[in-house]
Design a protein around this ligand. Structure first.
Ligand code: FMN
Length: 344
């Protein structure tokens, strides 16, 4: 079975993708990238297309509903020669996306998805895939129409999130419908929704999917990929603590590397100072690694007051192995003027 990291806006940047790849993910996705923004020359959008060395296979996910913009974006993405495939998002239920006619709004219009996939296919030699849902609402199951669109446009695969748009990201995952989709499909189906451990992955595997995509559960447990591949029980006690510490530190190190790369490659884009950049990610994502540990409530509370890297180091210290440097800055940034500017 192949295990895939889902696209998660604001989370699955190069730093997190490389972490997941090293921990066993067979394929990862970029966050969704706006085709319109690429077509209109938005430089910050291009930050989402950055990869770090050693990331493994990465799919680039585009969103948009204008075939011309998607064709342009597909051309740009292909020219980078960084990605193994291009995916079209026809499943995101966020109001700002749906109101713009993108993501899940497209599910009710298979002809539009057809035109968009054709436009992407016409501009790339990369495999093209579709990520979508089983339908807009329980009274309107549409997955077979969507499969038909994917197959007739020559897609190399389809990812089915086993929830309806009306469910957003909650409620039951309809494995029976995913199994039915698999029975009809002539292209590989990736199953997605609610996978958080071995039993839920086994139930998804029984539908016959070719691969399993994991979203939210990977945010706090990126080692889940490796555990699922080796049928291992989830870690607990000291093993869990050691893993959480190591993952926190690796993730921070990856973010430092990504920050340096973004600053180098986009000098005119006002990339935030390193301290602000790291703190943002620790606040929204990385503190999850310390979930359940004594003192994590206090750590979380302090995160709102922390302003510098040095303060972050001391707040994280109780959770990490004492003998290890807490945040390993690259050699050329350690203790220099650069660091104090970032800390300021
Ligand atoms: C914070 C967040 C961001 C997401 N961003 C994207 C995205 O950029 N593209 C996409 O296709 N789906 C996105 N999704 C949906 C996930 O890829 C996935 O389909 C969904 O979370 C169900 O999988 P899970 O139950 O394993 O989390 C997002 C979901 C969440 C919670």
């Amino acid at each position: 079975m192949k295990y895939v990291l889902a696209p998660l806006a604001d989370y699955t940047n190069a730093a997190f993708r490389r972490l997941c790849h090293r921990l066993g993910a067979d394929l990862t996705y970029t966050e969704m990238v706006s085709a319109a923004a690429l077509a209109h020359g938005s430089s910050p959008t291009r930050h989402l297309l950055e990869l770090l060395p050693g990331e493994g296979p990465v799919a680039c996910q585009l969103f948009g509903h204008n075939p011309d913009e998607l064709a342009f974006a597909a051309r740009e993405v292909t020219a980078l020669r960084r990605f193994v495939s291009i995916d079209l998002n026809a499943g995101c239920p966020m109001p700002r996306i749906v109101q713009g006619g993108d993501g899940a709004a497209m599910i009710r219009n298979p002809q539009l998805i057809h035109d968009c996939l054709n436009a992407i296919r016409s501009e790339t030699d990369l495999p093209v895939t579709l990520k979508t849902r089983i339908g807009p609402s329980p009274d309107k199951v549409m997955m077979l129409e969507l499969l038909d669109v994917a197959e007739s446009t020559g897609c190399a695969g389809i990812t089915a999130h086993g929830r309806f748009t009306s469910q957003k990201h909650g409620g039951p995952v309809h494995l029976d419908l995913i199994a039915e989709l698999v029975r009809h499909a002539r292209i590989p189906v990736t199953g997605n929704g609610g996978i958080s451990d071995l039993p839920s992955a086994e139930l998804m595997a029984q539908t016959g999917v070719a691969a399993i995509m994991i979203g939210r559960a990977a945010l706090a447990n990126p080692w889940l990929f490796g555990d699922l591949k080796t049928d291992s029980e989830p870690p607990s006690g000291d093993v869990l603590v050691r893993r959480q510490n190591a993952v926190f530190q690796d993730h921070v190190a990856n973010l430092i590397e990504l920050h340096a790369q973004l600053s180098r490659n986009f000098p005119d884009d006002h990339v935030p100072a390193l301290g602000d950049y790291l703190l943002g990610f620790v606040r929204t994502h990385l503190f999850h690694y310390f979930k359940g540990r004594p003192g994590v409530g206090e750590f979380r509370r302090r995160l709102n007051e922390i302003r510098t890297l040095a303060e972050l180091q001391s707040a994280a210290a109780p959770f990490l192995a004492q003998q290890m440097p807490i945040i390993r800055l690259p050699q050329d940034r350690r203790g220099g003027a650069e660091e104090s500017r970032d800390c300021g």
